[in-house]
Design a protein around this ligand. Structure first.
Ligand code: HEM
Length: 108
């Protein structure tokens, strides 16, 4: 809620090898992240999610600030066997900042 989007743009450099966001964003190693805050988990058509991620999203669950924070802090602990090969963001500010950055790409 109180993240700094400009700082979050720098944090997002850690994600960019695998994720696109913004106009014409495409799936890479990971799915494109437009509208991720509030987006249904594991819902990008044509992206091959792990069974663990599909199961985590069962019941039309969506990503919100709380689930994103927990996942991005420690992906392997939050969702065992998900296939995002990323150690996580260990600083609270980095987490809120990158979420603030990503929420700029919601269509509203
Ligand atoms: C999945 C964010 C870094 C690869 C996801 C999802 C989010 C996310 C929100 C779930 C997407 C959905 O449900 O559609 C981020 C952020 C990162 C980051 C914010 C940086 C802080 C990375 C890196 C890689 C990566 C560095 C590659 C080495 C993946 C993959 C998935 C995924 C493969 C699918 C996981 C699965 O299906 O189990 N990421 N990610 N991500 N990400 Fe990342």
């Amino acid at each position: 809620a109180d993240g700094d989007a400009a700082k979050g743009e720098k944090v997002f450099k850690k994600c960019q090898a695998c994720h696109d966001v913004g106009a014409n964003a495409k799936n890479k190693v990971g799915p494109e992240l437009n509208g991720i805050v509030g987006r249904k988990i594991a819902s990008i058509e044509g992206f091959k999610y792990s069974p663990a991620m599909i199961e985590f999203g069962a019941g039309d669950k969506v990503w919100d600030e709380a689930t994103l924070t927990t996942y991005l802090h420690n992906p392997k602990e939050a969702i065992p066997k998900n296939k995002m090969a990323f150690v996580g963001l260990k600083k609270d500010d980095d987490l809120s900042d990158v979420i603030a950055y990503l929420s700029q790409f919601n269509e509203d």
